[in-house]
Ligand binder design. Sequence first.
Ligand code: BES
Ligand code: MN
Ligand code: ZN
Length: 495
Amino acid sequence: MSKNPVIKFSNFSEKLKDVVIVPVSKDGSVAAQAAHVGGEGFVSGLIAKAGFKGKLGATLETYLAEGAGAERLVLVGIGDPAKLKNDDWLKIGGAAFAKIGKSSEANAILAVEGLEISAEAAADFALGAQLRAYRFDKYKTKKNEDKADAKDVKLTIQVADAAGAEKAYEAAAEIGEGVLLARDLVNEPANILGPVEFAAEAEKLEKLGVKITILTEKEMKKLGMGSLLGVAQGSVRPPRLVVMEWNGGKAKDKPVAFVGKGVVFDTGGISIKPALGMEDMKGDMGGAAAVTGLMRALAGRKAKVNVVGVIGLVENMPDGNAQRPGDIVTTMSGQTIEVINTDAEGRLVLADALYYTAKTHKPRFMINLATLTGAIVIALGTQHAGLFSNDDELAGQLFDAGQSSGEKLWRLPLTKEYDKIIDSKFADMRNSAGRPAGSITAAQFLKRFVGDTPWAHLDIAGTAMDSPASDYNESWGSGFGVRLLDRLVRDHYEA
Ligand code: BES
Ligand code: MN
Ligand code: ZN
């Protein structure tokens, strides 16, 4: 919602402006390119007197004397340069950006003693700033004037390979746009963003060359999506299934597929949720938001891959037409489900969305994202999303992408014994089997709809929203999954 800062790259001869940002390694060392700011010995004197230890993401700011070339100096710690990894440069960029202040022009002198800073690292620094700059304040009629207004900030990043960094950031900025889109969608309240409105937002990706197909209730009925439709029937707002296709790969290559749970609001339905905290359930479309943001990212950077994104958009409401506990629905796959708990609705939506995706698009693999269970928050908190898979290679690639992007995953088991628990007395399966292993039984349920397709399920209930603020995210909606899956595609599936 907030506008991006203007970010440029240059070599080290660029003249300083209002603010100058200088990276400091652990134990207070500063590269020669930055050591002269404020006069010879000033930076090292300041570091020593202030006891600044250069801890990763730590900052120290001070005003500079007249004639120093800039008004303000911001030191940003980078820790041990030999150990920089994963999302560290995002953290450094985010932490530094927060200190620039509104309406300022800043120079970051991105040089570190004994370390060659790659174009990718510089682009990550920029992306960290872009992600930190995001705010969702469109409904605040009085803006918070204390915070930097990103649209007025100009940041020039001075780095050895400025041309390379500029090129790398061209792609990274598109990934950033994808993350910000996902955050916007998650933060938006459900009275504004219903299934139809969400579908309209996805449709906007057409201008980036994404092919959009929107299935209405009527079309889903024809396909036999009784499971998805059963969830939707208690809401006056009709459901939508949106298919987004980006064909950046070779014409004959099978697509990779991403599927998202898009419950625009989850009251629990007739198995209604308690009032306390229910407002958070506007974020129960975090999976669909991530898939949409990912499509935005991949199309924006023209990824050389064929990819299909499918999102099931419904609202889970209790009304006179809502489905009841005990109801039995027939899925598109033909399998029947006894609805034990109408609050276990995400798996009902995904059952049809996953089956449809596998059948219609025959993908190389299928990864779904869903704010599926409260149990995953109990198991993993906000630090990891749950990873479930029927394919060890895909699971390994995902785990690695999680480590390198900082959007971390932790794998949990799928076994026959867990599968048995979801058998039903009256139908092929039941949608809830109580609290024990709640995230696993939910995953076993999804597995019954993917056939032989290599598949992974990411339970993002703890990571998509309400995660603790970080150096590069202060937003309630995190956009979790966009950078992770872009990384996966980039590392393994692009020509
Ligand atoms: N959307 C919720 C899961 C959720 C909980 C997401 C907390 C984010 C934060 C999901 O639809 C749900 O209600 N799951 C139930 C399943 C149960 C009824 C089997 C749960 O986790 O309690
Ligand atoms: Mn629910
Ligand atoms: Zn839900």
